[in-house]
Write a protein that binds this ligand. Structure first.
Ligand code: KDG
Ligand code: MG
Length: 402
């Protein structure tokens, strides 16, 4: 089989998505997600200008060699744009492989290690009472694991909490908006939030919280320690991870499990975190981590150190990435949990798919390959619209970490 053509589709059914379609002389095609929130056109350009010309003519079964060719052959390695572009190609090739062999992707990665994928939802509220209402709503929908975020006194808006009614979408159209941050009131507020959640919902529910990299290691250590009585499933992104050894400080002070990595793009971003057992869950996704080929190796490496996966699954990853993630989650042994922020009806219509949700679990379906498609006609009705994640500043105007 030979690759005859590859093209990039950009569509915005409520938010922007970049999809790579790789076509072959066997009449089969594969899809890969190349969406990088707020930097979509950079990945599309990188694919179109630099990678696609080198892809045409190759055998799509050669997933390992093609991945190494783009990773090693470029001289310039890593970075979110590069790795998302390589990831889109890799995902599309595995989709073709599954279709050619007439089997779902999970069978190519080890078969079924479990029957369903434990999913966690997002519950948000402008204050504790509203957050509790949203936890109750998600529990009613069947979720067994819920991430809880709420606004806190002293700031006018908080990242991760919608400003008005309606569904929460991290990116906003137009230029970046600015939001506020204040560490002390946040640190006082979060233990109160989780005390109330446990009081109302008991011990059975898995609870998660995302700090969005806003804390220093010692502040995160304090928060983790104060959250211990509420037995969180994880505390996410407590501190930026460029300095991996910062996580040692958190680890030495608290038994609250730690998840990190939605901004990572290589196993080298997590090498020390994993081998020193400073984290419990790796959140790097298939799309941003360079695709299925390197992520299988990263997951196997993590397994040696008792680290499990907890893939990022926010709405900025398209249904193509969600489908790939669910096959991966089904197959690997050290799966932990999968983030699930359901896409809008418009997005689901543009990307018809076989995966499904029931009683707190996700299922990849049994269609060959990824089991997801792109309705190009419908996609063309939603042209790209510039959008960014918000920027956050402390009350004195200083930019925060992300
Ligand atoms: O693109 C980034 C957002 O999806 C991210 O900020 C959401 O932190 C997030 C999460 O855990 O889903
Ligand atoms: Mg996060």
């Amino acid at each position: 089989m030979k690759i005859t053509k590859a093209s990039v589709n950009i569509t915005s059914p409520g938010r922007n998505f970049v999809t790579l379609k790789v076509e072959t002389d066997a009449g089969l095609y594969g899809l890969g997600d190349g969406t990088l929130n707020g930097r979509e056109l950079a990945v599309a350009g990188y694919l179109g200008d630099h990678l696609i010309p080198c892809l045409v003519g190759r055998d799509p079964f050669d997933t390992e060699d093609i991945w190494q060719y783009f990773y090693r052959g470029a001289y310039w390695r890593r970075g979110s744009v590069t790795m998302t572009a390589i990831g889109a190609i890799d995902m599309a090739l595995w989709d073709i492989k599954g279709k050619a062999l007439n089997t779902p992707l999970y069978n190519l990665l080890g078969g079924k290690s479990r029957n369903g994928i434990l999913a966690y939802a997002h519950a948000n509220g402008k204050d504790i009472d509203h957050a509790l209402e949203d936890v109750a709503r998600h529990k009613e929908l069947g979720y067994k694991a819920i991430r809880v975020q709420s606004g806190f006194p002293g700031v006018s808006s908080t990242y991760g909490v919608p400003k008005g009614a309606g569904r929460y979408e991290p990116a906003e159209r137009g230029l970046p908006s600015e939001q506020q941050w204040a560490t002390e009131p946040y640190l006082r507020h979060v233990p109160r939030l989780f005390a109330r959640v446990r009081e109302q919902f008991g011990e059975e529910l898995h609870l998660l919280h995302d700090c969005h990299h806003r804390l220093t290691p010692i502040e995160a250590a304090r928060l983790g320690k104060e959250l211990e009585p509420f037995h969180l499933f994880w505390m996410e992104d407590p501190t930026p991870a460029e300095l991996q050894e910062g996580y040692r400080i958190i680890r030495e002070h608290t038994t609250t499990p730690i998840a990190v990595g939605e901004v990572f793009n290589s196993v080298w971003d997590a090498h020390d975190l994993i081998r020193n057992q400073w984290i419990d869950y790796l959140r790097m996704t298939l799309a941003h981590g360079g695709g299925i080929t390197p992520m299988k190796k990263a997951a196997d490496f993590a397994a040696l150190y008792h680290v499990r996966t907890g893939f990022h699954g926010a709405t900025d990853l398209s249904p193509v990435c969600m489908a790939a993630a669910l096959h991966f989650d089904t197959a690997i042994h050290n799966f932990g949990i999968q983030e699930h922020m359901p896409h809008s009806g418009e997005t689901d219509a543009v990307f018809p798919h076989h995966y499904s949700f029931k009683d707190g679990f996700l299922f990849p379906g049994d269609a060959p390959g990824l089991g997801v498609d792109l309705d190009e006609k419908l996609a063309a009705q939603y042209p790209y619209q510039r959008a960014y994640l918000p920027v956050n500043r402390k009350l004195d105007g200083t930019l925060t970490d992300w």
